[in-house]
Design a protein around this ligand. Sequence first.
Ligand code: NDP
Length: 240
Amino acid sequence: MERVALVTGGTRGIGAAISRALKAAGCRVVASYAGNDAAARAFAEETGIAVLRFDAGDYDACEIAVAEITKGHGPIAVLVNNAGITRDTTLARMTREMWDTVIATNLTSCFNLCKLTFDAMRAQKFGRVINISSINGQAGQYGQVNYSAAKAGMIGFTKALAQEGARHGITVNAIAPGYIDTEMVRAVPEEALQKVIAKIPVGRLGEAAEIARGVVFLAAEEAGFITGATLTMNGGQYMT
Ligand code: NDP
C-alpha cells in the first residue's frame, strides 16, 4: 500500500537521501524545505518528488501545509522530522534569537507536525514518526547549548509520544546520526573536521544514504514492535 510520507528538510542533505529512499520503498513522498527554491526545484525535477516550502518551526504554516498535503496526496502516515539548523557559539555569545531559532526549527517543529498528523495516523491505525536527532544531543557539544538541547529534547519527546501512539499502531523513534558528509558538516573548518574524523572509529564521515537506510527500516510495516527507541548511527564515535 502506498503510504504518504512527509520529510521535513527533505530536499537537501540527509533529508534528500531519506526522501529518495522512502520513494524507492514505495511511499508517496512530499519533501519540505525552508527557502532554497533553486535546490528544491532541482531536486523535484530530478526525482519527481513533490516539494513544499514552509517553515516547520511555525505552527500556522505547518497547519496550512498539512491540509494541502492531505488534500493533494492523502493523509500522512510517515512523518520524518528532519529539518534542522545550527547557530553555533558559546553561551556567553549566544543571543536569545540564536537560541529561539534553533529550538523552533529542530524541536518545536516535531511538536507542530506530530500534533497536526497524529489524528490522521490514529484513523489509519498506522503511523511512523522518525525524529532526526544528533550525536550532539546525546553527548553534548562545545558551542552548541541550543542545538544539543534541541536534539536531546527530541529524544525525550520521542520516548513520551511513543507511549501515546503504541496502542494505535503508531511508532515513534529517533535516529541520532554522527557526522555525515553534508553541507552542514562541510561548513565546519577543514582543520576542525579532520579532528572530528580522527575520533570516528570507522575512520570516515557517514553518508546520507546510510541514515536513510535507518529511516526506511523504522518506517516499514514490519517495524511495528520498535518504538521509543533511538537508533545511534555514528561510526562508533559515541556508544550509548
Ligand atoms: P542541511 O543543512 O543539508 O539541510 C537542511 C534541510 O532542512 C534543508 O532542506 C532546509 O531547507 C531544511 N530546513 C531548514 N530549516 C527549515 C525550516 N525552518 N523548515 C523547514 N525546513 C527547513 O542539513 P543536514 O542534511 O546536514 O541535516 C539534516 C538533519 O540531520 C538536521 O536535523 C541535522 O540537525 C541532523 N544531523 C545532521 C548531521 C550531519 O552531520 N549533517 C549530524 C547529526 C544530525 P532549505 O534547502 O530551504 O534551506
